[in-house]
Design a protein around this ligand. Structure first.
Ligand SMILES: [Zn+2]
Length: 306
């Protein structure tokens, strides 16, 4: 017996039996509640979503207790996380073209290692006055604090465990690999945008339909393409300035990299702590094609303004 589903991205109601669906790729996560079995696609906006109810408290614990990020570091840098660092650099390169000159403030929701704030604060073409990083992982927040304290950065850093503790308004809001973890994106975006200044900028980065190539997509709850992400942004009252896919093409991703390439990546990663920053930056940017804007790329990145 099929039931009526409501798309969490565009509100479109549709009959479950009439819609496209696919299996939810998963390897099984021990100790977690019922796992999603399938992804349903909205016939109106093409967003993919799960219908299994996930225990939010259990998910929050998963993100908070180092199970998601797994490690803590004394100081974070391109030498500890070269891949994350070059990705943050490539995101900032897209954002900064739309930033106006003068002082600016940044709210980075789900900041991870907070490399984006670090890179922005060190960029002489802008003047970052405040950077607020929202990150639920306790270890990561402690590592970010240590990194900034040792970094002689003028921008004022504030670290928050959740969006509920954020105050004030920001010129730029960053949602990097966050929206795919949210079951009610409209509500979440409304709360996030309440911190955006009148002419502020929103940057979103999400995986581009990663159920197509990842063996395990847990804990992703939403699956976007260009159309569905555009609909979500427009629904929140913003205009899309740009939306494109970046990174290696999914077709290339499906092909296993050659033995030489895998060995080289392992070697560079292993010796990352002693290699010069510029060499790491060059290698990992090229290896992960972080700046490449091409059709069917791995990541979907959008910039929007009110
Ligand atoms: Zn929809």
């Amino acid at each position: 017996m099929s039931s009526i589903l409501n798309c969490p991205v565009c509100d479109h109601p549709f009959d479950e039996g009439d819609a496209k669906s696919t299996a939810y790729p998963q390897a099984g996560t021990a100790g977690f509640g019922p796992m999603p079995r399938s992804i349903h696609f909205c016939p109106e906006c093409q967003a993919g979503f799960i219908t299994t109810v996930i225990n939010q408290e259990e998910l929050d614990r998963y993100y908070q207790q180092g199970r998601y990020w797994d490690q803590s570091f004394n100081r974070l840098s391109i030498h500890t996380h070269p891949g994350q660092f070059v990705l943050a650099q490539s995101r900032w390169d897209i954002i900064k073209n739309q930033m106006s000159a003068g002082e600016c403030s940044i709210l980075d929701i789900g900041a991870g290692q907070a490399f984006l704030g670090w890179i922005a604060a060190k960029d002489p073409s802008v003047s970052v006055e405040r950077y607020c990083a929202v990150e639920s992982d306790d270890n990561l927040r402690a590592s970010v604090q240590k990194t900034w304290s040792a970094g002689a950065i003028d921008a004022k850093l504030s670290l928050k465990e959740s969006l509920d503790h954020v105050e004030g308004r920001y010129d730029l809001i960053v949602l990097s690999h966050i929206l795919e973890h949210i079951s009610r994106p409209q509500e979440f975006l409304r709360q996030a945008l309440s911190f955006l200044t009148g002419d502020g900028l929103l940057f979103i980065d999400v995986p581009n339909q990663d159920y197509r190539f990842k063996p395990d997509v847990f804990p992703h709850l939403l699956f976007f393409d260009i159309m569905s992400l555009t609909r979500l942004i427009q629904h929140s009252g913003l205009s899309v300035l740009s939306i494109n896919t970046y990174g290696p093409s999914i077709t290339q991703k499906l092909k296993r990299p050659g033995a030489m390439e895998r060995t080289l990546e392992r070697c560079v990663y292993r010796f990352r702590k002693i290699l010069p920053s510029a060499a790491l930056q060059g290698f990992f940017s090229g290896h992960f094609k972080v700046n490449r804007c091409q059709e069917d790329g791995l990541w979907l990145r959008a910039l929007a303004r009110r």
